[in-house]
Design a protein around this ligand. Sequence first.
Ligand code: NAP
Length: 336
Amino acid sequence: MAVRVGVIGVGVIGQDHVRRLTHVLSGSRVVAVTDADAARAHEVARRVPGATVRATGRDLIAADDVDAVLVASWGATHEEYVVACIEAGKPVFCEKPLAPSGDAAARIVDAEVAAGRRLVQVGFMRRYDPAYVELKGVVQEGSIGLPLLMHCAHRNASPPPYYEAHMAVTETAVHEFDMVRWLLEEEITAVTVLRPRPSRHGGDVQDPLLLLLETSNGVLVDLETSVNIRYGYDIRCEVVGEDGTAELGPVSPVVVRRDGALTAPVPPDWQGRFERAYDVELQHWVDSVTAGEAIGPSTWDGYAAAVIADAGLRSLGSRDRVPVELRDKPDLYAKP
Ligand code: NAP
């Protein structure tokens, strides 16, 4: 039987996930939606046969016809809904960030440990991107030797109107915090945030930033976040090993030579670049709900990313190197 999914928050990515669950993936159907903007919830429900609108996230989680929940409201609301899902024994997919602080994420860890089983998958979709999966394979098979350095860039053409300085760490770099832990299979132990000359396009928001991440095995990772790069959405990652390097290839397989110029398209935004990753990620979640076992990015992964973001925010304010201190990992998360 298809997994009956309820979606909390049907803004940009919530609507995209509703479309994906309804028209692209198999094994699930959206039966309920809710949003702080009730008119938006009704508009989305109208497009999905059989979907109803629930007044609040809590009502949706409690509904008998909802087997599993997808949380795509803003980060500050995630803790309440994810903990309510855990207490109701319902599997939940939570968009990143799991929570806006390490303390909030730790409370979700506590709730899941108390429940005694994994119910949460966090929306770190880069783990499902075919190029990143291949890059990790090359690094982990050892053909470039031990990793020594990583050079990463996370560039957006322009930020949304509500973008604030701290979001470069909590909303943007958080993807790399998880990706680095996953790809290298080690923890990030310290963060330093450096501020180059600001772009005139940034207004009040300091942009770009350069983050220096240190890992438990001594790998140094530099990460550029630029949210006013103008030319498109560009994600880069190169791993420097003892015997060679490995990096993400160009996003477009086609290069055009014409009128004295050599051009290749750059995706305008994250939806274009990671379309396939979102599809694979969510199909993986639906399949794991059907199988009764959560196996994607875990609450622990969401907690680790939130603690790294806390350290990044402190460094953004103080310009100091800030150590990352994780609590002991519960046995529940021992399996990779
Ligand atoms: P968005 O367009 O603002 O959508 C969020 C929606 O949630 C809005 O409709 C908002 O209503 C609603 N909402 C706010 N508080 C709520 C509550 N308490 N209960 C129910 N609905 C509530 O934002 P978005 O860009 O879709 O982002 C949503 C989440 O997804 C964020 O955590 C973001 O970081 C994450 N995200 C992840 C990726 C990724 O690559 N994995 C990409 C984009 C976004 P109002 O507008 O009325 O406040």
